[in-house]
Design a protein around this ligand. Structure first.
Ligand code: BEZ
Length: 214
């Protein structure tokens, strides 16, 4: 049983998928990754989720993110179900779905929560950075479909804060003001943030998003 934590190395694996046998690290290459599990094929919420993820293809590409889904059903089931997703969600599934019948990958990523369901995977999401570190983990119950815009928002925040000494406040969205890291003195902040900043409290200083295109 795994107990992955933020900052841990994301486990690598070989898996059968709807697009053939794939090595996870090879698939990711130098990209960011989203690995997400869903409880079962031919279920309504999952159908909408995979459709939603497919529709965000351009948004994932813009951010250099590769997507991979997983459930414990088999390859043939995935392939048939993808036809339904494409038809009902008006899209084309454009990422592989792992067929984790032996629960190997689910175990590595702790995607089965026995007190919720002892055989099916819950709705886990992992964001993995280009160094293969786990940067985000969220687990939703089977009855709640995920918010893929939220995943894009978190990836925007992770990619921004990789490059600037800032963090993003509650409900932040791309383009909005950010907070200056507490490790930066207000004296240093003057030169580091040429767009200026507002000191609300010594530990709470807001500045325009440094890489915002004006
Ligand atoms: C669904 O995707 O609709 C679903 C799957 C498992 C349990 C409940 C709902």
């Amino acid at each position: 049983m795994s107990s992955l934590k933020l900052g841990d190395k994301a486990p690598n694996f070989d898996a059968e998928t709807s697009e053939g046998k794939i090595n996870f690290y090879d698939y990711l290459g130098d990209s960011w990754g989203i690995l997400f599990s869903h409880p079962a094929d031919y279920t309504p919420v999952c159908t909408t989720e995979l459709g939603a993820a497919a529709k965000y293809k351009d948004e994932f590409e813009k951010r250099n993110v590769k997507v991979m889904a997983l459930s414990v059903d088999g390859v043939e089931s995935h392939k048939d179900w993808i036809k339904d997703i494409n038809e009902t969600q008006n899209t084309t599934v454009n990422f592989p779905i792992i067929a984790d019948k032996d629960r190997k990958v689910s175990g590595l990523y702790d995607m089965i929560h026995p007190n919720a369901d002892d055989t099916l995977t819950v709705r886990s999401v992992y964001v993995i950075d280009p160094n293969k570190k786990v940067r985000l983990m969220i687990t939703y119950p089977a009855s709640t479909g995920r918010n893929f815009k939220e995943l894009l928002r978190v990836i925007d925040s992770l990619q921004l804060t990789e490059n600037y000494k800032v963090a993003t406040p509650a409900d932040w969205k791309e383009g909005e003001d950010v907070v200056i890291s507490t490790s930066i003195s207000s004296e240093d902040a003057k030169s580091m943030f040429p767009k200026g900043f507002k000191e609300i409290k010594p530990y709470l200083r807001m500045t325009p998003q440094p890489n915002k295109k004006d």
